[in-house]
Design a protein around this ligand. Sequence first.
Ligand code: 2RA
Length: 331
Amino acid sequence: KKINVALIGATGMVGRTFLKILEERQFPIANFFPFASPEDAGTVITFNGKNYYVEALSENVFNRDIQIALFCAGGDVSAKYAPIAASKGVVVVDNSSHFRMDPDVPLVVPEVNPEAVKNHKGIIANPNCSTIQAMVPLKPLHDKYKLKRVIYSTYQAVSGSGVKGVKDLEEGVQGKQNNFYPHPIAYNCLPHIDDFTENGYTKEELKMINETMKIFNDYNIKVTATTVRVPVRNCHSESINVEFEKPFELKELVNELKNTKGVVVVDNPNNNEYPTAIDCDGKDETFVGRIRRDFSIENGINMWVVADNIRKGAATNAVQIAELLLTYNLV
Ligand code: 2RA
């Protein structure tokens, strides 16, 4: 069965990765409608061997025969147009953060809570990239040992900020100072991703905290986070400390991870084997290493988790949600 798909934000870094993922996974598309902002409209993109003019988004485009609309044009565009699309019977998969905490909007990582898509009321939200890559390994561990507390420390690539972030780093290392970020990112680390809020946390940190509880549907899990921008081009790295309710054998815990779809364990420190951003670039799995007991608490571990924040962190996860809509006959 082939369906008609709209891609809103087709010319951005995530949008272009959507095109690649849709092609790689041979998502069954009959008619394809790429959209962008008026200033980017008219761009020609190639998709599945055909050239398309990217159209300017407007309210009436959703009167066309479209089954799924993939949004990756920022929160303002999603806030305005996703409800219009949904009102016309189009199922929206939204990569922005705008609707993630809406109780009527499922927040989905297909390896973690696929069934949640069945409760959608027109809009399904893609979680934040740094949340998605943590959920994939945490899910089997939560199922077996029950999460009590999670501490995230992230080391996030500049690609998370789009082309401007990448430019700031690449030109910064050549001595040309831009000021996309509030401080130089070259040879530097910035504990500042998204805006600061009144409680001293950034929106990025609050996203990880709130999205973890919503995706596991467990508001008793204690979660905290520190999210940091680092001079890495692509892939987010995360140090995750987990306290479980139940005791565990480390070998058994590692085997749980090895047997989890979407997880690749790279963990042999004696051979300098652990996940690195450069090694994970362009991949869809979540890579886990440095798995070791936290001897400071009764049932705890530390682990190092790396994934491609543009692929699994955004485009691939969203396309997997679209595949679930087909699997569950929801479109
Ligand atoms: C970032 N997670 O890395 C945010 C949005 N992509 O900037």
